[in-house]
Structures are given as structure tokens and as C-alpha cells.
Write a protein that binds this ligand. Structure first.
Ligand SMILES: Cc1cc2nc3c(=O)[nH]c(=O)nc-3n(C[C@H](O)[C@H](O)[C@H](O)COP(=O)(O)O)c2cc1C
Length: 181
């Protein structure tokens, strides 16, 4: 059983498959980026999820607050790192909201695609890692390992992400139903 959805405001990969219990496998990909690299990776991951029959929506973090985690389905945090291991500017409001509002995220499942550069040895991929720590502290459950991308390694984030994604999808398919928080 399939359903069709369309969202022109953000990229919404819309051929979602309904599970046997009628619950859609949905993933919201939240993008924290300064110069767009994380967004390129997120778009490819969204397309790959769609090809697996998982409805994926790529949403920029700009202006979001912790209420985004009341959406149905799982989440993929796709964030680069700036400053002294900080989240990017467009992710600051959401990150701060998690720390101040402290919502109960015990029904939230998520994965992390963390972008960084190993030349920043002390803070490598801290943007994604800080989101991971904040979400875990609020009770959310990470599916699989964090994906780390090193900008100085000569690979593109989307290449590394598409290698990592099948394992994450396995975790997603085995996870209990992701209801709204
Ligand atoms: C000014 C500046 C500061 C950075 N600081 C860090 C850092 O502390 N840790 C890290 O792992 N990467 C750091 N990076 C690397 C970026 O996170 C990396 O290049 C990433 O791919 C950029 O993705 P984006 O275009 O989506 O923002 C920094 C890059 C710049 C330009």
C-alpha cells in the first residue's frame, strides 16, 4: 500500500510506503549548514530514503524550535560544525531551544550525520555530536552510529552518507513505531 504526498516548500520525497500496521515510515531530515555542504548531503539521503519507500522531508533548521520533534516518524540530524565546535548559525535557535525548553523526547528516534574537518582535532564533528548529546539527554533514542564526515579526507558527505545509510535504514525498520512525541 502506497501513499502520495507533495510539499513544495521543502524537498519532500513523497512515495511513502505504509507498513503492515498502516503506520508510515517517515523521516524528517533537519539540516544545519553554513555553506550548503550538509544540505547537498541531506538532499541525496532524502532521495535514497525515498527510493527505499521511506517518505523523507528535508527541512532547514532555520527558525525551528523544539516543537519540530512532535512530528511523526524518525529524524536525521545533518549538521556541520563551526566556530569552536559549535552548531552552524541556522541551527543555533533549535539547539538552544532543546537546552532551554527541555522537552520530553523519550518517544523520538533519530540518527546523526555530522560534518566536520579533522584539522579541527579538538572539535571534530562537534556540531552533530552536540545535537546527539542534547537529544540523548532529553530521552531520545539514537538509531545506529553517528556518521562522521571529514572535509579534509577527499570524499563528499553524500558518498559517505550513502554507504552509511543502508545500516541506518535497518535500524529504522526494526525500531518500534515512531509515534508523535
Ligand atoms: C570557520 C570554520 C570553522 C570550522 N570549525 C570546525 C570545527 O570546530 N570542527 C570541525 O570538525 N569542523 C569545523 N569546520 C569544518 C566544517 O564543519 C566543514 O567544512 C563542513 O563540511 C562544512 O559544511 P557546511 O557547508 O554544511 O556548513 C569549520 C569550518 C570553518 C570554515
Amino acid at each position: 500500500m502506497y501513499y502520495i504526498a507533495c510539499d513544495l516548500a521543502n524537498m519532500h520525497y513523497s512515495r511513502g510506503r505504509l507498513g503492515g500496521d498502516g503506520v508510515a515510515l517517515d523521516v524528517t531530515i533537519l539540516v544545519g549548514t553554513m555553506t550548503g555542504t550538509a544540505d547537498l548531503g541531506a538532499q541525496d539521503v532524502g532521495g535514497a530514503l525515498g527510493a527505499e519507500g521511506i517518505a523523507a522531508e528535508v527541512v532547514q533548521m532555520d527558525g525551528l524550535d523544539a516543537g519540530v520533534f512532535t512530528r511523526n516518524g524518525a529524524f536525521l540530524i545533518c549538521s556541520s560544525t563551526y566556530g569552536q565546535g559549535d552548531v552552524p548559525d541556522n541551527a543555533q535557535a533549535l539547539f538552544n531551544a532543546l537546552e532551554t525548553a527541555k522537552p520530553d523526547l523519550s518517544r523520538v528516534a533519530y540518527g546523526v550525520i555530522a560534518l566536520g574537518d579533522r584539522t579541527y582535532a579538538q572539535t571534530f564533528c562537534f556540531g552533530g555530536k552536540r545535537f546527539d548529546a542534547a537529544l540523548a539527554a532529553l530521552g531520545a533514542r539514537r538509531l545506529g552510529d553517528i556518521m562522521l564526515h571529514d572535509a579534509s579526507a577527499g570524499t563528499m558527505p553524500e558518498e559517505v552518507a550513502l554507504d552509511w545509510l543502508p545500516g541506518w535504514i535497518e535500524h529504522l525498520r526494526q525500531a518500534p513505531g515512531q509515534e508523535a512525541a
